[in-house]
Ligand binder design. Structure first.
Ligand code: CA
Length: 376
């Protein structure tokens, strides 16, 4: 062995020893087998760099819509970057390829490959789908992520969507939503009787049982309807998006709420498109969707705190619903759950899973988060 070859071999051997030692220590410190996403060895590499895959994704939001629309645009850019340009997601904002609320059917039939929207819009297909957005008095964003990812929620969701040729992912979370904007103050349950309010989803059904008359309106018509007194109140999302709608100018009473405590947004693929994607592209989507879900949730929080401060500067006063409204809401929720569970076994099955998770989660959140927030 000449001197150069001896030195190279010696250097490599000692490096290898150091690496092995590090690996041994790491393996002792971390038990990888317990990590839920550990799927070592099951993937194969077969991306053909010359073959570009293009995915058509439609959203239920206008182009560059704050947080939700922009979040999807960032997701598409990340997918392109991480895949080295081999996977491109072409975004079609609402009504540019399919109408906002036709994305489910368009994806199910294969007209588009994917969509970004909210699962409670599809309660007409199956009332159980509304539960994947969450329930009134139910999960916070952290709690629903926990149920979805580790508590069986995502498996149920995928099982039920598969019947429509769809494969969903968590696609963000609005965080706790505000109860809404009212033209007059709500001092008791009496004050909401016969009120015309724009409120969709399970929240709308609960308020309906409480005596409210829920109205569904396209986003573009809410402000004018409120201004002209065609409706008396509206919920929307939270300070970040509400401030842009200008509701504070025509309905000055802003209430905190419980009807959408942590609504999930969805990133859903055609199962046919998903199943034929390369393993690496599937992994890239999984990672980037997870990033979008986390970022959108944090961005809502960030934008909400700044918008709330701005609304307060504009003179908006914050209110809570009176106790009799809250009590009536909890009672109405139980009636809605009972009725929908009796009519639809899918609803009953998903609700049971939610309820089991929520029972334990309530205790933990009370002892940890509620206690802390009360003391902060
Ligand atoms: Ca809402």
């Amino acid at each position: 062995m000449n001197r150069r070859k001896f030195l190279t071999t010696a250097t490599l051997s000692s490096s290898a020893l150091v690496l092995n030692a590090c690996n041994d220590e790491n393996h002792q410190a971390i038990d990888y087998s317990k990590h839920p996403q550990s799927k070592k060895g099951t993937k194969t590499v077969h991306i053909n760099k010359n073959k570009k895959t293009v995915i058509k994704l439609a959203t239920s939001w206008p182009a560059h819509f704050p947080i939700m629309g922009i979040g999807v645009e960032k997701f598409a850019q990340r997918v392109k970057d991480v895949s080295g340009g081999s996977l491109e997601i072409k975004i079609y904002p609402k009504n540019t390829l399919v109408p906002a609320l036709a994305v489910f059917d368009a994806c199910s039939s294969g007209q588009i490959d994917a969509f970004h929207s909210g699962p409670y819009y599809w309660k007409g297909k199956n009332s159980a789908f509304s539960l994947y957005s969450g329930i009134p008095f139910g999960f916070t964003a952290e709690e629903i992520n926990s149920w979805m990812t580790f508590g069986g929620g995502l498996e149920l969701w995928r099982e039920q969507y598969a019947k429509y040729n769809l494969h969903p992912f968590l696609g963000g979370n609005t965080n706790i939503q505000m109860g809404g904007w009212f033209r007059k103050p709500i001092n008791s349950l009496e004050d909401i009787q016969g009120l015309k309010m724009r409120i969709p989803g399970l929240g709308g059904e609960v308020f309906s049982k409480m005596g409210v008359n829920p109205v569904l309106l396209p986003a573009g018509e809410i402000y004018t309807s409120l201004e002209r007194g065609v409706i008396d109140a509206t919920e929307w999302v939270g300070p970040a998006l509400d401030i842009k709608m200008g509701f504070y100018k025509v309905a000055p009473y802003y209430y905190s709420g419980w009807h959408e405590p942590g609504s999930i947004l969805e990133l859903t693929f055609s199962k046919h498109t998903w199943d034929k994607m390369a393993d690496e592209h599937q992994s890239i989507i999984e990672v980037c969707a997870s990033e979008m879900n986390a970022n959108m949730t944090s961005e809502f929080h960030y934008e909400n705190i700044h918008a709330l401060s701005k609304l307060q500067e504009l003179g908006v006063k914050l209110h809570h619903f009176p106790e009799d409204v809250n009590i009536a809401g909890k009672k109405a929720l139980q009636e809605v759950i009972y009725e929908l569970s009796s009519k639809n076994k899918d609803f009953a099955k998903v609700y049971e899973s939610i309820n089991n998770h929520l029972k334990l989660s309530r205790t933990w959140s009370d002892v940890s988060l509620r206690n802390f927030l009360n003391e902060r």
